[in-house]
Design a protein around this ligand. Structure first.
Ligand code: UD1
Ligand code: CA
Length: 456
């Protein structure tokens, strides 16, 4: 049986955050989720996550997706101490154990396979290395031919070693039995008396075993210790996501100004214009046009939808509907096909039937609207009485004039008309015309009269 251990017990002090470092997000997804994916890809049944600092944040996030080992800081700090904490869960010593840090989200499956190949080819262990243009802060790899003999941390490196550009990525594959034996031999490093997992390399070498290296691209090796590195990693992940979308048939007008989260799906021949944020949980169908400056989160857009400069959160938009500019679809907005949702329209927790038009300056909250309805400019569903939210209903093909208030709960029947400016407090039967406003009265000569009286 093979194991995968994800180290995530450290304090991550360089993030200066109340949130655990590995829960900070890269393209809308916590760093540790990328590590968990890779641990699963490595063939581990359940990744073992080492927790310590802010442990409850991690267990709350991962739940049953991981097994947990708790690092007891009284037994020592550092990545070596963290790996030791997981030792008790490695009961089957016949296979391999992958170890990775929860803050290294960018290496790929091919790196895992390369490490596995090295160990299955006879090495005791293998570590992933990369050539870095700015190696500062990383452990430097000391090679002898093809054999890795040491990894020297920044703090312990000589001037000569600091010049080495080959660095340790923090992904290892070790024969489980040898990992357990080597972990016993870790020695603390002053000044903080940390145990370094990287010392596995010289220890296994001393024990007469060979440690091999596998190599990845510089960008795969980026670790996240602070927010500057987080932004760098974000850029790499973002580019990868955008390129995958473009290769799958999505046009992205300006990839340097488009932000698409991990896991967002977009159908072929859709076009994404600059300034858009497509956030987690969003699914966009084929042939959609997302014009400039949209934020779309957790929403489903069917085929041929067109959205301009709008915010959509947990909304569902039917095929060929147009939204915006400047519309706001809030959670529970379910818009049918061929609708028109125009400028400054806000819709919340409401169903809108096929072909209904809500073109300007309207608020629809907690309502069920049928098909083929026309709402004029400035219609307001007054859905809140100060205590509760109440629902209203409008039947198919109803016509609601400009500036109408519908005081919930109220039902407007099919094909009913409501005169502009009405405040509707009672149900309107199908096919009726409702007028609920003061009748207009003109007073001829009123101005002249007031002037004479000296009042104007
Ligand atoms: C580590 C490596 C370094 C490598 C770099 C790559 C060591 C000693 N150094 O350094 O060679 O170049 O990663 O990114 O391993 N952790 C614990 N318990 C602890 C301390 C840390 O679980 O007591 C966890 C952290 O939560 C983190 C991971 O181990 O996820 C790495 O720790 P970090 O302090 O970031 O190590 P680096 O200094 O980056
Ligand atoms: Ca790190």
């Amino acid at each position: 049986m093979d194991y995968a251990i994800v180290l995530a017990a450290g304090e991550g002090t360089r993030m200066k955050s109340a949130r655990h470092k590995v829960l900070h997000e890269l393209c809308g997804r916590p760093l540790i989720d990328y590590s968990i994916d890779l641990a699963l890809a490595a063939g581990a049944e359940k990744p073992i996550v080492v927790i310590g600092d802010k442990a409850e944040q991690i267990t709350a996030h991962l739940g049953e997706r991981a097994a947990y080992a708790r690092q007891d800081f009284q037994m020592g700090y550092g990545t070596g101490a963290a790996a030791r904490a997981a030792e008790g869960l490695l009961n089957d010593e016949s296979g391999l154990c992958f170890l990775t840090a929860g803050d290294a989200p960018l290496f790929g499956l091919e790196s895992l396979l390369a490490l596995r190949k090295a160990v299955e080819g006879g090495a005791a262990a293998a570590a992933l290395l990369a050539e870095m243009s700015e190696p500062f802060g990383y452990g430097r790899a000391v090679m002898e031919g093809e054999t890795l003999i040491d990894i020297v941390e920044e703090a312990a490196a000589s001037e000569e070693q600091k010049a080495i550009k080959l660095v340790n990525v923090s992904l290892y594959c070790v024969k489980t039995a040898l990992l357990k034996a080597a972990l016993q031999r870790l020695k603390p490093h002053p000044p903080k008396n940390e145990l370094y997992l990287t010392d596995l390399v010289p220890i296994l070498t001393e024990m007469g075993h060979e440690v091999r290296a596998a190599f990845c691209a510089e960008e795969d090796a980026l670790g996240v210790n602070d927010r500057v590195q987080l932004a760098r990693a974000q850029k790499v992940m973002q580019r990868r996501i955008l390129e995958a979308q473009m290769r799958a048939g999505v046009t992205i007008i300006d990839p340097s100004n488009t932000y698409i989260d991990f896991g967002v799906t977009i159908g072929a021949d859709s076009v994404i214009h600059p300034g858009c944020l497509l956030q987690r949980g969003t699914k966009i169908g084929p042939n959609c046009t997302i014009l400039q400056n949209c934020r779309i989160e957790g929403s489903i857009l069917e085929e041929g939808v067109r959205v301009e400069s709008s915010t959509l959160r947990e909304a569902h938009v039917g095929a060929n509907t147009t939204v915006g500019p400047n519309a706001h679809l809030r959670p529970g907005a379910q818009i049918g096909p061929n609708c028109r949702i125009g400028d400054f329209v806000e819709i919340k927790n409401s169903r809108i039937g096929a072909g209904t038009k809500i073109s300007h300056l309207t608020y629809v909250g907690d309502a069920d609207l049928g098909e083929g309805i026309n709402l004029g400019c400035g219609v307001v569903f007054s859905n809140y009485d100060g205590k509760a939210h109440l629902r209203s209903r409008v039947g198919d093909r109803a016509f609601i004039g400009c500036n109408v208030n519908l005081i919930a709960p109220v039902t407007v029947g099919e094909e009913a008309y409501i005169a502009a400016g009405s405040t509707i407090t009672q149900d309107v039967e199908p096919g009726a015309l409702a007028i609920a406003r003061e009748r207009q009265r003109n007073i001829p000569g009123w101005v002249e009269k007031r002037k004479k009286e000296g009042k104007l």
